[in-house]
Design a protein around this ligand. Structure first.
Ligand code: S3P
Length: 437
């Protein structure tokens, strides 16, 4: 294994969660151009854009810039329609909150995976706000019918730590009588609230988990926003670097919202050779550059209810890091992983076992006894889940024998440039297990 070109600078695409929100909040402006630069060009964000287009929002798209022009959602003349959110939970949940402003009936549906994801957590509070609501197939899951309009503010404690549900209720609350105050049981990503701050939308942050909004009297001013790099996408390369002796990567302009930093906290606690430098605040979001070098001996790390929500999309790749650590790491309170794009909890356990990692399953998590080498020689099942596919490919870079990932197309859902960047890193470094044949 020889480093060919160190350090290697890699460009991480714009953040997916921030891009969804930057697109959706254009519905709060009125017929003016909003500019979104460095947006995530993932399939999920394209789905949000397609849904907005279906609602009559106009846009111009270049590879690095989107110009969106939307009527204020309150003034929109919209007929009943079916919104297809495909694989994207963020599109479905946040748009449900925004379209609840209207007393028009909408049907929301998704693909096979999204239609298996729980919706009670969103629909119950929306009903309390005054929405009519009906499941069309299986109770608790999409497709569902919703009709809002005459909303009233509520004070609501969500019982799962979900940024999507909190954001959806806050968006609905912008058209509700009185105040809408929504709390989550643990810290989650706070992009919606940061964006409200940046766009001068009234909100009251009681603390980082409780946020309140009130009726938005008039459209907001148009905005120009540059989306910072996505820490969830960066995670795959941070882990690859941490577990590859001699590899040295630099990632610039990465968003480190405190509701997302389990991956960097894990790397720091595990004593990886990582530095977060050049911290800046842009549009109320913290960004920094990250430098990481492989070769450090990694300590074990534990995840439980206190921190899991801050890395909910990164548990698979963090688990791979645990597999290379010196000792036993524990992941507890990970039930939410069952309700993601796949049953990620079951698939992490199955794939890790199959490639020879010493993993023990518990009803709500697992433990992993690290070892210096992953055997491989296995098939990695993704069930179309992009985050599992990327984790499988990173595992295959370092395994002794090949790991075959059953579907890599699904990676486009969040990170279409992933393979190109992996190749770039591969060109600067030769891995034991050549995956670029
Ligand atoms: C997201 C919130 C998280 C995360 C998803 C994006 C968001 O979902 O898993 O990928 O943009 O708000 P939950 O809110 O369901 O945990």
């Amino acid at each position: 294994m020889t480093p060919l070109n160190n350090p290697c600078y890699i460009k991480i695409p714009g953040d997916k969660s921030i891009t969804h929100r930057a697109l959706l909040l254009s519905l709060l402006t009125n017929q003016e151009n909003c500019i979104i630069e460095n947006y995530a060009n993932s399939l999920d964000c394209q789905t949000t854009l397609n849904c907005l287009n279906q609602l009559g929002v106009k846009f111009k798209q270049t590879p690095n810039k989107l110009i969106i022009n939307s009527p204020f959602v309150r003034y929109m003349q919209i007929a009943s329609m079916t919104i297809d959110a495909q694989n994207s939970g963020t599109t479905l949940r946040l748009l449900t909150g925004l379209l609840a402003w209207h007393d028009t009936q909408f049907i929301f549906q998704g693909d096979n995976s999204l239609n298996k994801r729980p919706m009670h957590r969103l629909c119950e509070p929306l009903k309390l706000m005054g929405c009519d609501f009906e499941y069309l197939d299986q109770s608790g899951y999409p497709p569902f019918k919703i009709k809002g309009g005459n909303l009233k503010g509520i004070k609501y404690q969500i019982d799962v730590a979900s940024a999507q549900v909190q954001s959806a209720l806050l968006l609905a609350g912008l058209n509700a009588r009185g105040h809408t105050i929504v709390s989550v049981p643990n810290l989650v990503r706070t992009h919606t609230s940061k964006m409200f701050q940046a766009l001068n939308i009234y909100q009251r942050n009681f603390n980082s988990q409780i946020c309140g909004v009130k009726y938005l009297e008039k459209p907001i001013m148009p905005y120009n926003m540059s989306v910072p790099g996505d820490l969830s996408s960066a995670a795959y390369f941070l882990v690859l670097a941490a577990i590859t002796p001699g590899l040295h990567l630099i990632l610039n302009n990465i968003n480190i919202n405190p509701g997302r930093t389990l991956i960097t906290n894990a790397l720091i606690k595990m004593e990886a050779n990582i530095k977060l430098i050049n911290h800046k605040i842009i549009n109320f979001e913290e960004v920094c550059d990250i430098e990481i070098k492989g070769g450090a001996r990694l300590k074990p790390f534990n995840i439980d209810y206190k921190n899991i929500a801050t890395g909910i999309d990164e548990i698979a790749i963090i688990a791979l890091l645990m597999a290379m650590a010196d000792g036993i790491s524990y992941v507890k309170d990970a039930n939410e992983l069952m309700y993601k794009e796949s049953n990620r909890l079951a698939l992490i356990i199955k794939n890790f076992k199959n490639c020879g990692i010493n993993i023990n399953a518990y009803p709500d998590g697992f433990s992993i006894k690290g070892s210096p080498q992953i055997l491989g020689d296995s098939l990695w099942e993704t069930h179309n889940d992009h985050r599992l596919a990327m984790t499988g490919l990173i595992a295959s870079c370092i395994s002794k024998r090949p790991i075959k990932v059953d579907n890599i197309k699904c990676i486009d859902i969040s990170y279409p440039q992933f393979l190109m960047t992996l190749k770039q890193v591969g060109n600067t470094y030769s891995f034991d297990n050549e995956i670029f044949d």
